[in-house]
Design a protein around this ligand. Structure first.
Ligand code: PMP
Length: 360
């Protein structure tokens, strides 16, 4: 795909997606029409608020809840922080595979009081692994970070038994800086941002109308094309084809993602390359026009190996030599071919100069 700067095969969709064309158009149009403060009593304010309520309705329809149970936030990190902080001083149980916005918040806020919060993601952002949600005991609450799941699998928060769920627009072709939190009617919520009384006092701050309109356009795309089918049919094939070709053609490669049906999201492929360092692979691939990430992009600049791969494998070498390829609906077969032209010589070069002795 030609981007404004240079030719590249973008395989970092799990970090963020390019804006969909219809999102860009909707936001551009909204700048002119829905610029007013959505809390204002005048007509332009009402028109802006209508757009926000449309988005709320659409998201609630897509995830199986009431519109009233959706609160807009600045993204998934804020939504995650809000839920965890609500349980400040309480027992908070999470898995070591969670996003840092859960792990760090839980470290800061956890205590020993009941009721207890369980926060478990349904699918992991680094490996794509689909995980089991715990069954909380009577009186306990369950939150799931569904950031990577929206648009990739059908979602029904009621069937999943969730009290809270987190979503983000920029993983589905929407803008960065917009997200949402599902809060089951009756579940407690302590607002993280207070003062302006927006969102029925659950989240203050002037509405990000343009961003929410972008989120709405991305959600419309999800609904119209039932994107989970597209992911399951087409994107999964690309992901699996790349996995098989790398395993066949690149010595010392191994899977950190179980690509069997039902075991992982269809778009994420995490692999390790013996005696080659993830960051070096990433930089060489970048120079060759292939964009991937190591560990999690949110932790970029952090030299520590991915906490997710460390928790999964306990092997720092596997974690340090890992790369995440994550696909989106714009990718095609030519992208897989291109990666297979660029990647093997990079791994070969890195393995030759490595001081780590390959196992075979
Ligand atoms: N949770 C998960 C699982 C994620 O993948 C991400 C994005 N890397 C986030 C939370 C944070 O999302 P946001 O950028 O919207 O704060």
């Amino acid at each position: 795909m030609w981007y404004t700067i240079y030719y590249m095969v973008y395989l970092d969709y799990a970090a963020t997606t390019p804006l969909l064309k219809e999102v860009m158009e909707a936001m551009h149009d909204a700048e002119k029409r829905f610029f007013a403060n959505a809390s204002a009593l005048h007509t332009p304010g009402h028109l802006a608020l209508n757009e926000i309520e449309d988005c709320r309705e659409l998201l609630s329809e897509l995830v199986g809840c009431e519109p009233d149970e959706i609160i807009f936030t600045s993204g998934a990190s804020e939504a995650n922080n809000t839920v965890v902080r609500t349980f400040e001083g309480h027992v908070i149980e999470t898995s070591p595979l969670e996003h840092h916005s859960i792990i760090e918040a839980a470290r800061v806020y956890r205590g020993d009081k009941l009721p207890k919060l369980y926060s478990y993601m349904l699918a992991n952002n680094e490996t794509g692994e689909i995980l089991e949600l715990p069954k909380p005991e009577e009186g306990a609450f369950l939150h799931s970070d569904l950031t990577q799941v929206l648009g990739k699998l059908p979602i029904d928060v009621k069937k999943l038994g969730l009290d809270y769920a987190t979503f983000s627009a920029h993983k589905i072709g929407g803008p960065i800086g917009v997200g949402a939190l599902y809060v089951r009617k009756g579940a407690p919520l302590k607002p993280l941002i207070i003062g302006g009384n927006q969102e029925k006092k659950r989240r203050s701050g002037t509405y990000n109308t343009i961003g929410i309109i972008g989120f709405k356009a991305a959600l419309l795309h999800v609904k119209k094309y039932k994107t989970w089918q597209e992911y399951d049919n087409r994107v999964r094939k690309l992901r699996d084809a790349l996995a098989r070709r790398i395993l066949e053609e690149v010595p010392g490669s191994s899977l950190n993602t179980d690509i069997a049906p039902g075991r992982s999201l269809p778009n994420i492929l995490n692999m390790s390359f013996e005696a080659a360092e993830g960051e070096s692979i990433q930089l060489y691939l970048d120079a060759g026009g292939v964009i991937v990430s190591t560990g999690s992009a949110c932790a970029a600049g952090d030299i520590k190996p991915s906490h997710v791969l460390m928790a999964k494998t306990g092997d720092a070498e596997v974690a340090h030599s890992s790369i995440r390829f994550s696909f989106g609906i714009e990718n095609n077969e030519a992208d897989v071919e291109y990666v297979m032209k660029v990647l093997p010589p990079i791994i070969d070069k890195l393995q030759k100069i490595s001081t780590i002795v390959r196992k075979k």
